[in-house]
Design a protein around this ligand. Structure first.
Ligand code: NAD
Ligand code: UFG
Length: 339
């Protein structure tokens, strides 16, 4: 019998795809989420794909009592910790809410894990912790925490530091910090994808809203960067590749270093204009767009050096940008959008 995993934020975009991969790999999973940015219907979608409906706890991480109850009854071996707020712009306007939810929620979670003897965690961090390192290809050795562009990014960095301290103080604790680049795409079935509540901030969810007719056109933030075509370059990673990276990382937790850090990205950069072109080709329709001013805080170009994850986890990205677009379009169609 494989160990039982608690997935915080498991009805969310990345957590739900990871739940599917974990179930497919034979693990028993339970999901905890306050449904702030996701819907309970995701649980049935997971069941449709895997044949298993995970046990669900509608709990806020900041509610220590409710959390303790879940942990006391769960018998978990590992916690995969996705739950958090992630809107960069909103975090600038409401920084304390971000610290309270992301950092405060994680403190509760760690205390609870300690109390109930759960010693392993995989944490969702972000390439944003590298700040502006002055190089475009990020390796894990680069210093983190400098010149971070938002309170959101600082919550990720502070949590990383907290996790390192927790590991220093507890010889049994093992944590893997995964620094994601730009996750996009959807499950092949079209049953799971990115479906945030409220107004999206990221490129693909905005493109999806344009296609659905909810936003008239995509605003491209700047075409005067020093890149191939002047638009900003990012490392887009298919969400299923990212989810599989979590399974690989979790399987390496036992017996390794107390703290391990991996970039999860493809290692390839794609510009905003290339993304628009790829989407239009996959959908067979032109995507309305215009160029506007740069977005404050955006960097011109960055992508992952994923060689550490490739070598140590035996993990590689498998999906191309075209597949990311196809799967997004399939998800939109399955959700009733005409495209
Ligand atoms: P998401 O919003 O779809 O999922 C996060 C889930 O956490 C949501 O379902 C939300 O309801 C839940 N949640 C938030 N606060 C909670 C709380 N206090 N208690 C319980 N549940 C809570 O986001 P996602 O894209 O799946 O991201 C998952 C994680 O990965 C986040 O921590 C995010 O910061 C990180 N990350 C995401 C990206 C990205 O581009 N999507 C990039 C880097 C890192
Ligand atoms: N973009 C546009 N128009 C839009 C939205 C985005 O042109 O309407 C551009 C951005 O300028 C950027 C690219 O598309 O060049 C990607 O933007 P996203 O907002 O999708 O992603 P970011 O790279 O800005 O940020 C993402 C996550 C953050 C994370 C960061 C680093 O949203 O959480 O990657 O990992 F911190």
């Amino acid at each position: 019998m494989k160990e039982k995993i608690l997935i915080t934020g498991g009805t969310g975009y990345i957590g739900s795809h990871t739940a599917v991969e974990l179930i497919d790999a034979g693990y028993e999973v339970e999901i905890l989420d306050n449904l702030y940015n996701s819907k309970a219907g995701v649980l049935e979608r997971i069941e449709e794909i895997t044949g298993v409906k995970p046990n669900f706890h509608e709990v806020d991480l900041r509610d220590a009592e409710a959390l303790a109850k879940v942990m006391a009854e769960g018998g978990f071996g590992t916690v995969m910790h996705f739950a958090g707020l992630k809107a960069v712009g909103e975090s600038v306007e409401e920084p304390l809410r971000y610290y309270e939810n992301n950092v405060g929620g994680t403190i509760n979670l760690l205390e609870c894990m300690q109390e109930y003897g759960v010693h392993k965690m995989v944490f969702s961090s972000s390439a944003t912790v590298y700040g502006d390192p002055g190089e475009v290809r990020y390796t894990e050795e680069m210093p983190a925490g400098r010149e971070l562009s938002s309170p959101y990014g600082r919550t990720k960095y502070f949590i990383e530091e907290m996790l390192k301290d927790a590991a220093r103080s507890d010889a049994d604790f093992r944590v893997t910090i995964l620094r994601y680049f730009n996750p996009i795409g959807a499950h092949k079935s079209g049953l799971l994808g990115e479906d945030p509540n409220g107004r999206p901030n990221n490129l693909m969810p905005i493109i999806m809203k344009v296609v659905a007719g909810e936003i008239p056109e995509l605003s491209i933030y700047g075409n005067d960067y020093e890149t191939n075509d002047g638009t900003a370059v990012r490392d887009y990673i298919h969400v299923v590749d990212l989810a599989r990276g979590h399974v690989a990382a979790m399987q390496k937790l036992d017996g390794g270093e107390r703290v391990q850090i991996y970039n999860l990205g493809s290692g390839k950069g794609t510009s905003v204009l290339e993304m628009v072109k790829a989407f239009s080709e996959a959908a067979g329709v032109a995507l309305p767009h215009k160029v506007v001013a740069r977005r404050p805080g955006d960097l011109a170009e960055f992508y992952a050096d994923p060689s550490k994850a490739n070598a140590e986890l035996g993990w590689h990205t498998e999906h191309t940008i075209e597949e990311m677009m196809q799967d997004t379009i399939n998800y939109l169609r399955k959700s009733g959008v005409e495209v």
